[in-house]
Structure formats: structure tokens, C-alpha cells
Design a protein around this ligand. Structure first.
Ligand SMILES: Cc1cc2nc3c(=O)[nH]c(=O)nc-3n(C[C@H](O)[C@H](O)[C@H](O)COP(=O)(O)OP(=O)(O)OC[C@H]3O[C@@H](n4cnc5c(N)ncnc54)[C@H](O)[C@@H]3O)c2cc1C
Length: 365
């Protein structure tokens, strides 16, 4: 008989944690997900845009079986959009075809929890993990639980990442609103001094829109995130029904995701594409790999480090290109708005799109 309470404890039941749980439990592992929130996914902290499965196949060509991984139900989709506008400070957009869903993110995360439960995972909500030592998880309420493998899917401040990894990520503070009104059909990303070092967005929903921005504080010239957000959102006309905030790791994945019996997945491992802020689908790609490797490890001792190897095979190229684009973008977006306006033109259109969609911008970089 096992001397552990569980085979696997997953800290955090967001897209990363629920996906790890789904794939690890599917092959018989005894998995417990612990999350500080109840219900998981609330309050909303998201712009809610994800690419469709077809768009994901184009963006991440080395990732197999997208339809198995992403089974987004209609109830979690607020709007299907097929246009993306990249907007410089002038307001004159470059227009692109982009197949995306603006989600009902809360319903989306609830759905992922249900899928993981159907696979056999169990959940403990409203329970915050204070720390992890050796194979023991310490809850804030004083309870302790042990597991053979402990996964930190608790976001970029997750307790294992915080206490056992030295590597730092660049974090971008983000604020957003939900606004009533009619905002057209295209999703918009805005670049320039309205969001220094980051970008702003307007994603139209079935009714209303999700509008927000993220900045790098070191570029902010003394203005607060609140000021930037108020200035940007006030350009749109409508009643604000919700205010939200959060922060995003924007320097890409860290070097190692595994240490002994600890694993990092999703934001805790930096699995956000820095050139466009996509984190939901990327966390789920990482979650599936981690979950499958865990179940293999429990069956035949396959090293947990295989998770890092498979991640690199599936996402290495895309992440590398995205990191590079972010670095170039960080330099360009310091330029004055008038110069940025000039740079958004028909000749550069293809290069800008390649940068945002994590492809090589030029033949050499
Ligand atoms: C404002 C904002 C807008 C965004 N917009 C988009 C977007 O439009 N599209 C996109 O793809 N991505 C977007 N992202 C990024 C995306 O939300 C994340 O990359 C994604 O949620 C990562 O999933 P995760 O499971 O790693 O972490 P999370 O979704 O953050 O889940 C972590 C879970 O862990 C729990 N937790 C944390 N610490 C503990 C603890 N100590 N004990 C117990 N439980 C704990 C939390 O309660 C939470 O449920 C946005 C992020 C922010 C902040």
C-alpha cells in the first residue's frame, strides 16, 4: 500500500492544473487538485481571447491532437471572430484574418474542471496552499497532505515556483473592464504609448466587450496603470459592468520545469507567449504533456524530465520566436508614436503579423 495520501497533488485548478489532472487521472493516477478559490475561475482575470482549434494548428504546428485537447463547448464561447486588427497610435489598423473565440472564461474554466473530474480527478476548493516541503503540502487551514508528485499550477506566484526556483520572470500588471455596447466583430490589439512596453486590447463579446491593457512599469514614465487604463477604456462608449486586474509573466518559459518530484505547469513555468499574451491554450498544451508524463512515470518509472523534452519538441520553436519578437517589440514600442505610425504600413504588415503570431520575422531572426 502507498505511504502517500495521493499519487499526485496539483496546486491550482486553472487551465494548466485541470488539464494536468485530466490526463494524469485518465490512466488511473489518484489525483487531487487543490485551489484557493470557490468556485474556481472567479473572479474573472482575463481578456478571454483564444485561437480556435484550426488557428492553433497554424500557430503551433508541432502540437498534435488539438481536437482532443481543446473541446471548448458552445456555452463557454461568447463570440467567434475571424478578424484581428493591429492598431498603432494613429488608430488606423492593419487588418488580418484570425480565427478566434472570445470566451466566457469562467464557464470555460468550470468546464475544464468537469472534464478532469470525469477522468477521475478530485477537487478540494476554498483551500489555499501555504507551502510545500518534501512530499508534504501544507494548507492555510493547518491541514497537511502528502503526494508522490506535486505540481505547481498556481500561476506565477505559485508556492513551489516561489520557494524553490530562483529564476525571475518579467511580470506585466494588467487591468481590464467589461463594457456594455456594440463594438463590431474584429478583435483589436493596440500598440504604442497608450500601453508602454505592453499592449492594449478590445475583444468584442456576444454583448459588450472585454477591454484592457498591460504595461511594463519601467516604461511607464510616472503614470499609473490605472491612469493608462482609464485613458484607454474611455475611448470606448458604454457602461462598465466589471473591473478586473491581474498580472502576466511575459518573458516566456523558464529553463527547468521539473525538480525532483516537483513540476511547474502554466503561468508558474512562464507558459505565456510574450508576443501576444496567449496563456490559456499554452497552459493546456503544457498541462497535457505533464499529465501524460506523470501517468507514465507512475506506471513504468519514465523520468519526469521527459515533460521538458516533449515540451521543447512541441513548443520550443514557437516560444523561441515569441520571446525574440517580444524583445524586438519592447525596443520598437519605446519609439515615439509618430514613428510607430509610420512603421505600421503595407510593407511591414507581413513582418508585424509574423512577430505577433510567433513566427520568424525575417529569414535570419
Ligand atoms: C488580466 C489578464 C488577461 C489575460 N488575457 C488573456 C487572454 O485574453 N487570452 C489568453 O490566452 N490568456 C490571457 N491571460 C493569461 C491567462 O489567463 C493565463 O496564462 C492562464 O490563466 C494560465 O493558466 P494557469 O492554470 O497556469 O493559471 P491560472 O489560470 O492563474 O490558475 C491558477 C489557479 O491556482 C490557484 N492558486 C494559486 N495559488 C494557490 C495556492 N497557493 N493555493 C491554492 N490555489 C492556488 C488560483 O486560485 C487559480 O485558480 C490573461 C491574464 C490576465 C491576468
Amino acid at each position: 500500500m502507498s505511504s502517500y495520501d495521493r499519487d499526485v497533488i496539483v496546486i491550482g485548478g486553472g487551465p494548466a492544473g485541470s488539464t494536468v489532472a485530466r490526463y494524469a487521472a485518465a490512466n488511473g493516477a489518484d489525483v487531487l487538485v487543490i485551489d484557493g478559490r470557490d468556485p474556481i475561475g472567479t473572479p474573472l482575470q482575463c481578456g478571454e481571447l483564444v485561437p480556435t482549434n484550426d488557428e492553433m494548428r497554424r500557430l503551433c504546428p508541432d502540437v498534435p491532437d488539438m481536437d482532443d485537447l481543446f473541446q471548448t463547448p458552445p456555452s463557454a464561447i461568447s463570440r467567434h471572430s475571424d478578424k484581428m486588427h493591429l492598431v498603432p497610435p494613429s488608430g488606423k489598423p492593419l487588418k488580418f484574418d484570425f480565427d478566434g473565440y472570445v470566451l466566457n472564461r469562467v464557464a470555460h474554466d468550470e468546464f475544464l474542471v468537469e472534464v478532469a473530474k470525469k477522468s477521475g480527478a478530485s477537487y478540494m476548493v476554498d483551500s489555499r496552499v501555504e507551502k510545500v516541503e518534501n512530499d508534504t503540502v501544507y494548507l492555510k487551514n493547518g491541514e497537511t497532505l502528502t503526494a508522490r508528485i506535486i505540481v505547481d499550477a498556481g500561476g506565477h506566484n505559485g508556492p513551489i515556483r516561489r520557494d524553490y526556483w530562483n529564476e525571475k520572470s518579467v511580470k506585466i500588471p494588467v487591468k481590464f473592464v467589461l463594457m456594455e455596447g456594440d463594438f463590431g466583430e474584429a478583435v483589436e490589439l493596440h500598440f504604442g504609448s497608450m500601453a508602454p512596453g505592453g499592449y492594449a486590447w478590445m475583444f468584442p463579446k456576444q454583448s459588450g466587450a472585454n477591454i484592457g491593457l498591460g504595461i511594463q512599469r519601467s516604461f511607464a514614465k510616472g503614470k499609473t496603470l490605472n491612469q493608462y487604463t482609464d485613458e484607454f477604456t474611455s475611448k470606448y462608449d458604454g457602461e462598465v459592468t466589471f473591473n478586473g486586474a491581474g498580472s502576466l509573466p511575459m518573458s516566456g518559459t523558464i529553463k527547468k520545469f521539473v525538480r525532483g518530484n516537483y513540476m511547474l505547469v502554466g503561468d508558474s513555468a512562464g507558459m505565456v507567449l510574450p508576443s501576444n499574451g496567449a496563456g490559456i491554450t499554452i497552459a493546456m498544451i503544457g498541462g497535457r504533456i505533464a499529465g501524460k508524463v506523470i501517468s507514465q512515470h507512475l506506471q513504468d518509472g519514465t523520468p519526469l524530465e521527459n515533460y521538458e523534452k516533449i515540451w521543447k519538441e512541441q513548443m520550443g520553436k514557437v516560444m523561441r520566436n515569441s520571446k525574440r519578437s517580444f524583445k524586438v517589440g519592447s525596443l520598437l514600442f519605446r519609439l515615439p508614436d509618430w514613428l510607430l505610425n509610420l512603421m505600421f504600413n503595407r510593407l511591414t504588415k507581413g513582418i508585424i503579423w509574423r512577430a505577433v503570431t510567433c513566427r520568424r520575422m525575417f529569414w535570419v531572426i
